[in-house]
Design a protein around this ligand. Structure first.
Ligand code: GLN
Length: 272
């Protein structure tokens, strides 16, 4: 163990960084390409670079933004200010879609509010022959989406999902997946410092957090073929409300699945 690493851990702990030791090790490795447990110190240049990154993390900028890259499922994505960080919670959303697409030849898939493209890319990587389109409105998220999807065969569209449905052919899609903004007004007012660095556009689901579920369950049904699926990430307390929207708007076979942290995280609805 070296003094520089210990000082870094102490610095991040004092700033209230959750999992300070893990983040310190990540930053140390990022700058030095060496393991802090086996290393015995920093060059002057490394120390200066690490101090600058530690300042950013101590100001509670997400670790993902500082590293510029983050793993999701079995691949890695470019991330940074302006785009929502891919989260482990979302992996079960993607896995659910992959499961529903087994046996569907060349499925057509839309990932709405795609952000980094993590969900659409996960499907494209695991469902051979899938034709995936990622739709994202934010000009700040757009460069990450295009970089992440380059050479993947995944299409990208810069569009607002509140109007995009008008461009879709009826009964064309096999599956629509979305991790829409879903935080409520009160949740938006009490964000963790890290989440407050992420784009509000990717988080704010309106006063009750359900604006995008109302949109998806009404305007995006026509685009799905009969038997097609709508797969949505939800907030941990939203399963009942989103399933009720599904019932109200005539969807079948509604169900909810939990993420690996044990929270309700995915609602799936089938078109009759
Ligand atoms: N999971 C995010 C959070 O807890 C919210 C993401 C979203 O609104 N889609 O901050």
């Amino acid at each position: 163990m070296n003094a520089a690493f210990q000082a870094l851990c102490a610095r991040l702990s004092a700033a209230g960084v959750p999992g300070a030791r893990f983040d310190a090790a990540e930053l140390y490795r990022f700058v030095t390409r060496r393991d802090p447990r086996l290393d015995d110190g920093l060059t002057e240049a490394e120390a200066a670079r690490l101090a600058a990154l530690a300042d950013r993390r101590a100001a509670r900028e997400p670790l993902q933004y500082i590293l510029g890259e983050w793993d999701f499922m079995d691949f890695s994505l470019k991330v940074g200010p302006g785009v929502l960080c891919p989260r482990a919670d979302s992996e079960v959303v993607c896995e659910t879609a992959i499961e529903l697409l087994q046996g569907v030849p060349s499925p057509r898939v839309y990932d709405l509010c795609a952000g980094t493209g993590c969900l659409g890319l996960g499907i494209a990587r695991h469902v051979p022959g899938a034709d995936v389109t990622c739709v994202e409105k934010s000009p700040d998220a757009w460069p990450y989406l295009t970089a992440n999807t380059a050479d993947s065969g995944v299409r990208t569209m810069q569009a607002d999902v509140f109007t995009y449905y008008k461009l879709l052919s009826e009964e064309y899609a096999d599956l629509i997946i979305s991790n829409p903004p879903y935080l409520t007004g009160p949740e938006m007012g009490a964000l963790m410092p890290e989440t407050a660095h992420e784009p509000a556009m990717a988080l704010d689901g309106g006063a009750d957090g359900l604006d995008f579920y109302r949109l998806l369950t009404t305007r995006y049904k026509a685009a799905l073929r009969p038997g097609g699926w709508l797969v949505m990430e939800i907030g941990y307390a939203q399963a009942a409300d989103v399933l009720a929207l599904g019932e109200t708007h005539g969807w079948a076979n509604g169900s909810c699945r939990k993420d690996y942290g044990g929270n309700d995280r995915v609602v799936l609805l089938q078109k009759n």
